[in-house]
Design a protein around this ligand. Structure first.
Ligand code: 48F
Length: 256
């Protein structure tokens, strides 16, 4: 017989504080820090964690998934090309074949599945955290400077905290936030700016140019287009997924 639930307010509070701070402390020194939890960042995070690396992912929004949720113009369906379906299979995402090379999946399922796989692989997620700077020592990026996003939104004068790592991945989408910071502060990186739409060219180029752009700093997803001045591809996501997998391979081989 049901005789009530035994829960206590202060125990709930202590459990949240204890568990969160344990996670936070374990992320202070990671193998890889990823900035941005869109499709490219989520795919990279999962494969790197499955390679046995400690991965921390910082996302300034409350929700994880970046631009996946809205599909194209808020029609929450996502198109990928044939070459990326293996990544959907590995995430357990269902899809329909639309024609010989275009496949369609559900944006909600894709976002949830990529997130779930990354969490299960051991990625430590920190949402509501904004990356505002990097640590650079001897001309190598070796960490991030972060603060709560609401601190920035409110314009509060609160000093940030620092996290070290062996590689940083900029997966911040159209903004290329981390690369822009490094470009501005070192003068050694040029942000060419994303060009107008040409889907086929953009999809190939974004994967091809996924790379280390400054010692210790790798770029994936739409940030690649911003850094290298590539065309945008619009609402096709195969290039994002393939770029995420490629950056994971590059970082993994660089670290081991
Ligand atoms: O934009 P986003 O989904 O990046 P992506 O992986 O994918 C792009 C596609 O969604 C779409 C497209 C597909 O063809 O063109 O746009 O390249 O996700 C980037 C995430 O980074 C977060 C931002 O909130 C978003 O969720 N972000 C950006 N700057 C920062 C950040 C920052 N400084 N600190 C933390 N998170």
């Amino acid at each position: 017989m049901f005789d009530g639930m035994k829960v206590e307010e202060t125990t709930i509070t202590k459990a949240i504080i204890d568990e969160f701070f344990e996670k936070l402390k374990s992320a202070v020194e990671s193998d890889v820090c990823i900035v941005g939890a869109g499709p490219s960042g989520l795919v990279a995070a999962r494969y790197l964690a499955e390679d046995g690396l400690s991965v921390s992912l910082f996302e300034r929004k409350l929700s994880i998934g970046g631009g996946i949720w809205g599909g194209g113009m808020m029609f929450n369906k996502v198109v990928v090309q044939k070459e990326a379906t293996q990544i959907l299979d590995e995430a357990g995402v269902s899809y329909e074949q639309y024609d010989s090379n275009h496949y369609v999946c559900d944006a909600i399922e894709l976002s949830s599945a990529l997130t779930y796989r990354a969490v299960k692989a051991g990625v430590k997620f920190f949402n509501l955290v904004n990356v505002e700077d990097v640590i650079i020592k001897e001309r190598k990026v070796c960490g991030l400077v972060v603060n709560w996003y609401p601190v920035e939104m409110c314009g509060l004068s609160v000093d940030p905290l620092a996290f070290s790592c062996r590689a940083v991945i900029d997966a911040t989408g159209h903004d290329a936030s981390v690369c822009s910071i490094v470009a501005k502060k070192t003068g050694k990186l040029t942000i060419r700016g994303e060009k107008s739409m040409w889907a086929e060219k953009a999809e190939e180029a974004v994967v091809k140019h996924t790379s280390e752009v400054y010692p210790g700093l790798f770029v994936t997803g739409m940030s690649v287009a911003a850094v290298y001045g590539l065309p945008r591809m619009g609402p096709i996501f195969g290039g994002m997924l393939l770029s995420g997998r490629k950056v994971a391979e590059l970082v993994s081989s660089n670290i081991f």
